[in-house]
Design a protein around this ligand. Structure first.
Ligand SMILES: NC(=O)c1ccc[n+]([C@@H]2O[C@H](COP(=O)([O-])OP(=O)(O)OC[C@H]3O[C@@H](n4cnc5c(N)ncnc54)[C@H](OP(=O)(O)O)[C@@H]3O)[C@@H](O)[C@H]2O)c1
Length: 301
């Protein structure tokens, strides 16, 4: 059973966690701080990031904490965050693409995408692209992208990414989490083809008590708990991300998640990736779209 006690000393490691002020991102940042890492909490609300730092510092840790503003729903914000990071830091060991939203009311990102696709996928695609050069120049670096069991039911509808047809909140969440997994797997394919040393790894946290359910009705929440069973505390949901970020047992292109109850509970283990996330034609099409939208081509040829 792998727990945060297995995390090796992270002194000297520079790590970015998106959405680190709450839930799984908070627990991820906390554990890495306790292990001695320099953690950048990249959050859309700087006040919440600073409050999270105060809470993390109540724990005994030898790390360094830094708050930074990042709104994944606005590509200008993503660019500004990355440019500032690159100006201020010489290396990046791990990027953890953790932030996410689930079933919000119908809204769009600044660039016009359905908000879950835009924040969960396009924002992280752009962030990864801007930071790829500094990751690639850091030996042993990793990119961890959070998916979800919801990806199993996902399908990319290329004709509805800006809600051109309609908006179904859970369907769009499933699509965005499938897109995140495709991003992680396709990025590793491209890294391998190019011969770069970065690892791209996916994690899924199982079922956890976090603020992700903030847009669920009480009835829908009860139904979900009945369907998936007891929810884990977020420290446990953070373990797959932590495992992917620090373990020497991981493989690029793989997915790690809890090992029990079909992936909803337990401790980190490699999970099977289903066909919908391994379709290379869909991956190429999605990648091309994201390149066109963001203007970012990576790994650079
Ligand atoms: N909880 C689960 O059981 C579960 C299951 C499967 C997958 N996941 C995945 O795990 C990840 C973390 O979710 P969580 O459960 O920890 O949820 P959470 O408690 O709601 O935390 C989500 C984090 O993402 C941030 N965020 C939202 N929109 C953002 C934006 N536009 N720009 C930057 N940051 C933004 C939130 O910031 P604010 O606080 O400012 O809103 C918050 O820090 C997500 O990718 C989610 O899909 C969670």
């Amino acid at each position: 059973m792998w727990t945060k006690d297995n995390i090796p000393d992270q002194s000297g490691k520079m790590i970015i966690v998106t959405g680190a002020n709450a839930g799984i991102g908070f627990e991820t940042a906390l554990a890495l701080y306790e292990a001695g890492a320099h953690v950048v909490l990249a959050c859309r609300n700087l006040g919440k990031a600073n409050e999270a730092i105060v809470r993390i510092k109540q724990s005994s840790g030898a790390g360094v904490l830094e708050a930074a503003q990042l709104d994944l729903g606005d590509l200008n914000s993503v660019r500004r965050f990355a440019e500032t990071f690159i100006k201020q830091h010489l290396k990046l060991d791990v990027l953890i693409n953790n932030a996410g939203i689930m079933i919000p009311p119908a809204t769009k990102t600044v660039q016009g995408f359905e908000s879950q696709f835009g924040v969960n996928f396009i924002g992280h695609f752009a962030l990864t692209g801007y930071l790829y050069p500094i990751l690639n120049s850091t030996p042993g670096s990793r990119i961890i992208t959070l998916s979800s069991m919801a990806y199993l039911y996902g399908k990319i509808d290329f004709d509805n990414l800006k809600s051109e047809k309609d908006y179904e909140p859970m369907r769009e969440y499933q699509q965005s989490k499938l897109a995140d997994l495709i991003l992680s797997v396709e990025l590793q394919r491209r890294i391998t083809a190019k011969g770069d040393g970065v690892l791209s790894i996916a994690a899924q946290p199982g079922a956890n008590k976090t603020e992700l359910s903030r847009h669920m009705s009480v009835h829908a929440y009860k139904e979900a708990v009945e369907r998936v069973g007891e929810l884990m505390e977020p420290w446990q949901g953070a373990l797959p991300s932590l495992y992917a970020a620090v373990s020497n047992e991981v493989t690029g292109g793989a997915l790690y998640g809890p090992d029990e109850d079909g992936g909803y509970r337990g401790y980190p283990a490699e999970a099977t990736i289903t066909a919908n996330a391994l379709d290379e034609d869909v991956a190429k099409k999605l990648w091309k779209l994201a390149e066109e939208v963001t203007g970012l081509i990576y790994p650079a040829v």
